[in-house]
Ligand binder design. Structure first.
Ligand code: DGT
Ligand code: CA
Ligand code: CA
Length: 574
């Protein structure tokens, strides 16, 4: 889906058009089209290929033409034409707080200011205050603005934001530049829930071409540093990407080093020294002769240290090297092990897609079953269902099960653990479901004792088999609510309650620490569910599996790795 990309392009066009004194009506039309496209749920390229762009409200003939140009050749003629007239660096200046297009134009015309550096110099030399419409205060503000922009710390983002950006960079590098091997390393390869920056490693016979192509990519906002074998950029989404070209004979050592974690690497180097070896990003060397003994592949490095290869998700120096020494690294769960999504919303509540569409996507993903878990009554804002509505849904599901056999859909529910500790329905009503999930959606500001007690109450309900997004955190949004996880896990143990690893990348809840604790200290089991509200988000499953792998979970720890037959048996148990 290229909607965001196109919206950004139209924004860029509007900005540059404004600097070029273009017709304000046109500029407004570009911005409106950008806004509309950003909010579309269908991929713009799909609409374009059917020739239906002009049917979208806010998109006329001229803009449709520009969209087609961009989709077909990666360029908009009008934008290229304007770029020739207006230095691109002016757009950078326009982003400084307090500087609109009008002021940037004046600075350019009167003082020939083209770059942020020009601007800083002029402000420091007190030249700006004398321009019409500026003044001493504005000059001061500009200096502060430059500082704020340059100091701006790039925040960590969810892996669900960083991964697609990294993958699309890798895809275009593969297609357009002379690459032999390429791998995303760093925290992304380790599937950490949040990412600081993106690290990509490449081997190539023509490193300079790679550096040029990489720094000219459309996603690049700022080039931080560009060298012969390493380039760092900031993307338009404010993510830093480091790209390194390494020798093929060092590729294994380099991906090992840049995958990290730092702590894992430190431990590996200690092992190396004990074996009279030296390990760095170039390879493994004999300490006496300084001769290189390994480096081409990661496997040979682990091998020469006398330990098992360690899956990247486990490389945090939390005991994995000790296990690798004993050759006891567990076979951790894989995405291919997942046989069905068990937390999904359909159009019956607040989902975007019908159950039939969810089934089709499931079959595409090679799943054998699906549990539909539409919201229950008390969550009015999310179209929560009454028991009557669920019975209607059950009928629909029965029909679909006939049509799509042997694929099977189960009727679940996502119940609300209310502020007083009760749930939406009484026990009798809960009998209609194949499985009941429950979670907290309101009253998240309560005291620790209250929240913990609410969940403990839910655990005691014999119909509730799964607690969803158990700690309530939203990455980059909201902290966990106050909850005594040990008390909750300990109570759950006696009921055999399943805990969710919510795979939606804003949640990833339980996180790896709590999941590992739930397994190791309490022997609990899990489901990995996407909580998807559309077929698109069902692919978030991989992030949930990433958390499970970081928690060292194996297939048997995760209920939705069961095949359909076993899963049906499991559902009948309670
Ligand atoms: P991030 O970007 O904060 O999400 O986390 P990472 O793990 O991607 O960290 P980053 O990008 O700073 O560095 C990538 C890898 O490079 C890191 O995981 C391990 C390796 N590395 C970086 N600095 C050092 C260091 O000082 N010593 C060692 N042994 N390895 C390092
Ligand atoms: Ca990184
Ligand atoms: Ca980095």
């Amino acid at each position: 889906m290229r909607n965001k990309e196109l919206a950004d392009k139209l924004h860029e066009l509007a900005e540059i058009a404004e600097l070029a004194n273009e017709n304000p009506f046109k500029i407004r039309a570009y911005l409106e089209a950008a806004r509309v496209i950003e909010n579309l749920t269908t991929p713009i390229e799909e609409i374009a290929s059917k020739g239906k762009l002009e049917e979208i409200r806010g998109i006329g003939k001229g803009i449709a033409e520009k969209i087609n140009q961009y989709l077909q050749k990666g360029k908009i003629d009008k934008l290229e034409e304007l770029k020739k007239k207006i230095p691109e660096t002016l757009i950078e200046i326009e982003k400084i707080p307090g500087l609109g297009a009008k002021r940037v134009k004046a600075l350019y015309k009167d003082l020939h200011i083209q770059t942020v550096d020009d601007l800083k110099k002029a402000a420091e030399e007190c030249k700006i205050r004398y321009l019409e419409g500026f003044g001493e205060k504005t000059e001061q503000k500009i200096l502060e603005g430059i500082k704020a922009m340059r100091d701006k710390k790039v925040d960590r983002v969810s892996i669900g934001i960083a991964m697609p950006i990294a993958e699309s960079i890798v895809d275009s590098l593969k297609v357009h530049s002379p690459i032999d091997k390429i791998l995303i390393c760093g925290s992304i390869r380790r599937m950490k829930d949040t990412i600081g920056d993106i690290d990509i490693l490449v081997t190539s016979k023509e490193p300079l071409k790679i550096m040029d192509y990489f720094s000219s990519l459309d996603v690049v906002k700022v080039i931080i540093a560009k060298g012969d074998t390493k380039t760092s950029i900031i993307t338009k989404e404010n993510l830093q990407v480091d790209l390194r070209v390494v020798e093929p004979s060092s590729f294994g050592a380099a991906i090992q080093y840049f995958t990290g974690s730092k702590q894992h690497n430190v431990h590996m180097r200690e092992l190396a020294i004990k074996r009279n070896l030296k390990l760095n990003e170039y390879g493994m060397f004999d300490l006496d002769t300084n001769k290189k003994v390994a480096g081409g592949t990661e496997e040979e490095i682990y091998d020469l240290l006398g330990i098992q290869w360690v899956p990247p998700e486990m490389r945090e120096d939390t005991g994995e090297i000790e296990l690798a020494l004993k050759r006891k690294i567990p076979k951790i769960v894989e995405l291919e092990d997942i046989k069905g999504d068990v937390h999904i919303h359909s159009t019956y509540s607040d989902g975007r897609d019908s159950i039939e569409e969810l089934i089709k996507q499931s079959i595409k993903m090679s799943y054998e079953y699906l549990v539909i878990t539409d919201h229950a009554r008390a969550l009015g804002v999310a179209g929560g269902l009454s028991i009557e509505k669920y019975l209607e849904e059950r009928k629909g599901i029965d029909e679909l099960n006939k049509k799509y056999k042997p694929f099977k859909v189960f009727l679940g529910t996502e119940l609300n653990i209310l502020t007083n500790g009760e749930i939406d329905f009484n026990d009798d009503d809960l009998k209609i479901f194949d499985i009941c999930l429950a979670g907290i959606h309101t009253g998240m500001g309560q005291k620790k004792e209250q929240i913990t007690q609410r969940i403990v109450n839910a655990l005691k309900n014999k119909y509730i088999r799964v607690i969803v997004h158990p700690t309530g955190r939203i990455i980059g949004g909201r902290d966990e609510y106050k909850i005594d996880v040990d008390a909750v896990f300990s109570e759950a143990k006696s009921h055999g309650t399943i805990f969710e690893i919510n795979a939606s990348f804003e949640r990833l809840d339980l996180n790896e620490v709590n999941a590992r604790k739930a397994k190791d200290n309490f022997g609990l089991r899990f489901e990995i569910g996407t909580d998807a509200h559309s077929t698109d988000s069902m692919t978030n499953m991989r992030y949930g599996v990433g958390v499970a792998r970081r928690a060292w979970l194996v297939k048997e720890d995760v209920i939705n790795t069961m095949n359909l037959k076993d899963f049906e048996k499991f559902l009948k148990l309670k």
